[in-house]
Design a protein around this ligand. Structure first.
Ligand code: HEC
Ligand code: HEC
Length: 208
């Protein structure tokens, strides 16, 4: 009995540990090829699932062309939450129920990403997730807190536009014991470093 308890405790610990895996996609930006793929998929969805009813001559004309949809007011480029077309599909009003045409959650997400387009690097979407994963176990509170945008701007940790002067940047690229961050274990991935450096260089915006 005792053995079973110890054994299952070990399994539970193992599973919990797996959840803390350092692999994460949080800070990842969509690449050019991903954006191109989203665009192709979105166009196919509109052609196959909307244009049967919303072809030329309908009250609501849908074409697989972002610019045309933007001009006709069915979408607001970059703002899915303000786009009639997106609101109709996310609220499951379109395609009409009973029409035999349905959209999967994934197809709705593709439409959202297509309208959203490339997003500019910003603290909320791209930097905070990296810090949450790799830094906040130690920098979650006290004088070394790094959980808000203002924390980053304090003490020259981040100097917008100036990598050299940004002590946070110097810490994550340092190899010097006592300076390098995180102090033990793996350094940030080259992908995360690229995102942080591009973000600081481009002015370290808080939001998009
Ligand atoms: C089976 C036919 C049918 C399909 C499929 C369909 N719609 Fe519609 N849609 C309608 C009808 C009917 C209306 C009411 C307005 C009209 O066209 O006269 C409408 C209205 C709309 C409106 C205008 C809503 C408003 O209040 O201004 C939007 C936007 C829209 N549809 C988007 C879509 C999108 C996006 C798809 C594909 C994901 C889609 N529809 C698929 C029949 C359809
Ligand atoms: C294991 C705990 C731990 C982790 C994880 C960690 N740090 Fe630190 N960090 C520290 C400690 C402790 C110090 C103080 C070192 C000293 O003053 O000698 C420090 C100091 C710093 C400093 C300089 C002091 C300050 O408050 O500005 C920066 C910048 C920093 N860390 C950034 C980071 C970043 C960015 C990450 C994640 C990539 C990170 N740290 C991950 C423990 C940690």
């Amino acid at each position: 009995m005792k053995f079973i308890i110890i054994f299952s405790t070990l399994i539970v610990m193992l599973l919990a540990f797996q959840n803390c895996s350092p692999e994460h996609k949080a800070g990842t930006l969509p690449s050019q090829s991903e954006l191109a793929q989203v665009s192709d998929e979105a166009k196919n969805i509109l052609i196959n699932k909307c244009m049967g009813c919303h072809g030329p001559g309908d009250n609501v004309v849908i074409t697989p062309d972002l610019e045309a949809l933007n001009e006709s007011g069915l979408i607001v480029r970059g703002e899915p939450q303000n786009s009639t077309l997106y609101l109709q599909v996310i609220d499951r009003i379109m395609p009409p129920s009973g029409s035999g045409v349905t959209l999967s959650d994934n197809e709705i997400e593709v439409i959202r990403k297509w309208i959203k387009g490339p997003t500019a690097l910003n603290y909320v979407e791209h930097i905070r997730p990296i810090l949450e994963t790799s830094c906040n176990t130690c920098h979650g509170g006290g004088g070394r807190r790094l959980t808000t945008y203002d924390d980053l701007l304090r003490n020259n940790r981040i100097v917008p536009g100036d990598l050299e002067a940004s002590t946070l940047w110097q810490a994550v690229i340092s190899t010097e014991e006592g300076v390098r961050m995180p102090p033990q274990g793996k350094s940030l991935s080259s992908e995360d470093l690229q995102i942080i450096s591009d973000w600081i260089t481009s002015g370290a915006q808080e939001f998009e």
